[in-house]
Structures are given as structure tokens and as C-alpha cells.
Design a protein around this ligand. Structure first.
Ligand code: KIV
Length: 286
């Protein structure tokens, strides 16, 4: 396992050597640290935090301040895993300068290694501008959850010739603009495998099938911590919700029955101190 911090070069090397890149989302320090220590190659601090952490119905309510705060916490937990910040809705849709300033906040304030945004063909110039600033950029094709309103739902993209063409064109344009990797979200497996073979840069699948250079999942889906919306491509490895509920109920039971706190969870004081206090303030009534 590579013990040094991943960079755009090591991620490209993995793709060139045919090693599969692993990626998960994270939004806080303790989770990021476990992901880092487990040897996962990349973390996306996704704007999915608006849903899975803040309880909103979609990702549109994520803000720059919210994302910078989550990114900074995640970055502090990673000495090996590459951290990618997701630029939220409204942070890259206006002018080039504003987009550049927002991208810069992620590297200067949150100290992440790269940024990602849901760039459409209208954002190619902005992608190029951020790359020219010296910031590593990840592209994102297929389903853009920030376009949920226009799309009418979070659905698979690229099943028809017309929509598949859009995915291919966008991926090629992003590579040309200088991104170092591209996320394929909710794209038919055959299409992502085809584009992966056409591209020089690594592709990371989240619902893009096994033919990509790497795989990404939303961590609360993996842990079984988020029930409000589970995409078809997500795989649940644990039942953390069940574990948490059971743990909290046990704690409540122990508090109610006086089992907790026991001697071992209480601080000690000498009898002389209590005697002195009682002398000064009087005995406490029962
Ligand atoms: O916010 C997020 O987690 C994402 C992934 C679904 C790609 O953008």
C-alpha cells in the first residue's frame, strides 16, 4: 500500500498500471480518519452532505461555507487519502472569477487536494481556468444531482444515442480542459467502459459499472446510515442505524436503572473534603 499522500500523479499511475482506484465520501474528521487508515485512495466531500448529514431533500441547499467547514474537518483526518471538495450549487454557475475564488477557498481555507464540480459544456472555460490556477480538478458526467429540478428526478443518464453522445462529448471536453479524473454517475456500464477506454485520465464510477478505473460510494449508504433515499447502485455493507439505535436504547436503559454511571466512570474525592464541605454548608437533605 502507498503510505505517502496520493497526488494526481499517483492516481494516474494507478490507472496506468491497471490498479482499481477506491473512493468514498466523507464529511467529518472521525470518518475521514477511518477511511484514510483503511487505505482508501480518494475521498469526495460531496454536496450530498446536504442530504445525508443535514437532512435536506436534495443537494441544492449545500453552501460554500458549509462545504468549506466539512472539507477542512475531512482534510485534517487524511495524511494519505487524497481529498476532493465538491463545489456546491451556485458556486460555479456565475462568472469565471467567482468560480475561481470559490475553488481557491477550498485549497486555502480547507486545505483539500482537489475540487470537483458538475461541469456541463457551459463550464469548460471555468474548468480550464481553475486548472490554470494550479488546482487539481475532477470532472463529473452522467447524472448531475444539482440538476434534479430540470431532470425531473435522479435518473440514469446516457441510455439513448443522444444522451450517450452527450456523456462522451462532455468527458472528452473535460479531459481536454485538464481535469485529472472524471466521475461517471448513473451511466450504463457499457457506456462508461467505452469512454474509459477512450480517455487517458482515470474514470471513477458511482453507478457507472465495473469498467471504470475506480469505484465511489456515498459512505452513509455503505454503512447503512441513511434511509431517506438509496440509489439502485448503492451497496449497504453494515447496519449502523440499527447498531446506533440498539446502543442508544441500551444506554437509556442503563441510565434509567442506575447501572450507568458505575464506580469506574465516576471521579473520586476524599471523605475529608466532603466533611469540610458539609461543615461549611450543612448536610444535604436526602
Ligand atoms: O455529492 C456527492 O456525493 C457526489 C457524488 C454522488 C458523485 O457528487
Amino acid at each position: 500500500m502507498n503510505q505517502k499522500k496520493h497526488t494526481v500523479r499517483t492516481i494516474q499511475q494507478m490507472r496506468d498500471n491497471g490498479e482499481t482506484i477506491t473512493m468514498l465520501t466523507a464529511y467529518d474528521y472521525p470518518t475521514a480518519k477511518q477511511i484514510n487508515d483503511a487505505g482508501i485512495d480518494m475521498i469526495l466531500v460531496g454536496d450530498s452532505c446536504a442530504m445525508v448529514v443535514h437532512g435536506h431533500p436534495n443537494t441544492l441547499t449545500a453552501t460554500m461555507d458549509m462545504m468549506v467547514l466539512h472539507c477542512a474537518a475531512v482534510a485534517r483526518g487524511c495524511n494519505r487519502t487524497m481529498v476532493v471538495a465538491d463545489m456546491p450549487f451556485g458556486s460555479f454557475q456565475y462568472g469565471i472569477e467567482e468560480t475561481m475564488r470559490n475553488a481557491a477557498r477550498f485549497v486555502t481555507e480547507a486545505k483539500v487536494d482537489a475540487v470537483k464540480f458538475e461541469a456541463t459544456p457551459r463550464h469548460i472555460e471555468k474548468t480550464r481556468a481553475i486548472v490554470e490556477m494550479g488546482i487539481a480538478v475532477v470532472g463529473h458526467v452522467g447524472l448531475h444531482p444539482q440538476a434534479v429540478g430540470a431532470l425531473g428526478g435522479l435518473t440514469v443518464q446516457g441510455k439513448s444515442v443522444e444522451t450517450a453522445r452527450k456523456v462522451v462529448r462532455e468527458a472528452l471536453a473535460l479531459q481536454e480542459a485538464g481535469v485529472f479524473a472524471i466521475i461517471f454517475e448513473a451511466v450504463p456500464a457499457k457506456l462508461s467502459a467505452y469512454v474509459t477506454r477512450k480517455l487517458r485520465v482515470p474514470t471513477i464510477s458511482i453507478g457507472g459499472g465495473p469498467g471504470c478505473s475506480g469505484q465511489l460510494l456515498v459512505t452513509p449508504d455503505v454503512l447503512g446510515m441513511f434511509d431517506a433515499f438509496t440509489p439502485g447502485f448503492a451497496k449497504r455493507y453494515q447496519d449502523f442505524n440499527g447498531l446506533m439505535k440498539e446502543t442508544f436504547a441500551r444506554y437509556a436503559e442503563e441510565v434509567r436503572t442506575g447501572v450507568f454511571p458505575g464506580e469506574e466512570h465516576s471521579y473520586k474525592m476524599s471523605d475529608e473534603v466532603l466533611e469540610a464541605i458539609e461543615k461549611e454548608f450543612g448536610a444535604a437533605s436526602a
